[in-house]
Design a binder for this molecule. Structure first.
Ligand code: THU
Length: 134
């Protein structure tokens, strides 16, 4: 499953709309039911409306009725065509927190099909605030 997610994430890099940073990001999000939704970063001339790849994937999935996620794979490509590990920004970590068990959600950072690191959301967002805190 990890290999499939990495492949799908790399496949979504071509849709990245990133003319300002020239930094492409894509994500593949796995639902509890086994479906994979992809997303890319979508930049904006006013800069702050930019949406990260992870949130694009989450919002696509939630807007189609999905609410629980098991894993997300994140990949990137810089202006020179290099791929490096790309950790999710704080806002995306918080958005993921809403729809997952932080101890279980796997965040897969991939450089390529063979080199990847896996973290839980709880590791990346310790003591995160979620629906259960309300
Ligand atoms: N970006 C993402 O898509 N995800 C992240 O987790 C980090 C940053 C995007 C936003 C912007 O389009 C570009 O990367 C440079 O910050």
């Amino acid at each position: 499953m990890i290999e499939e997610m990495i492949e799908k994430a790399f496949g979504a890099l071509k849709y990245s709309y990133s003319p300002y940073s020239n930094f492409k990001v894509a994500a593949a999000l796995l639902t509890e039911g086994g479906k994979i939704y992809t997303g890319c970063n979508i930049e904006n001339a006013a800069y702050s409306p930019t949406n990260c790849a992870e949130r694009t994937a989450v919002f696509k999935a939630v807007s189609e009725g999905e609410r629980r996620f098991l894993a997300i794979c994140i990949v990137n490509e810089d202006a020179e065509g290099n791929h490096d590990y790309c950790p999710p920004c704080g806002v995306c970590r918080q958005v993921l927190m809403e729809f997952a068990d932080a101890e279980k959600l796997q965040v897969i950072l991939a450089k390529n099909g063979k080199e990847y690191k896996v973290y839980t959301l709880a590791e990346l967002l310790p003591l995160g605030f979620g629906p259960e805190n309300l």
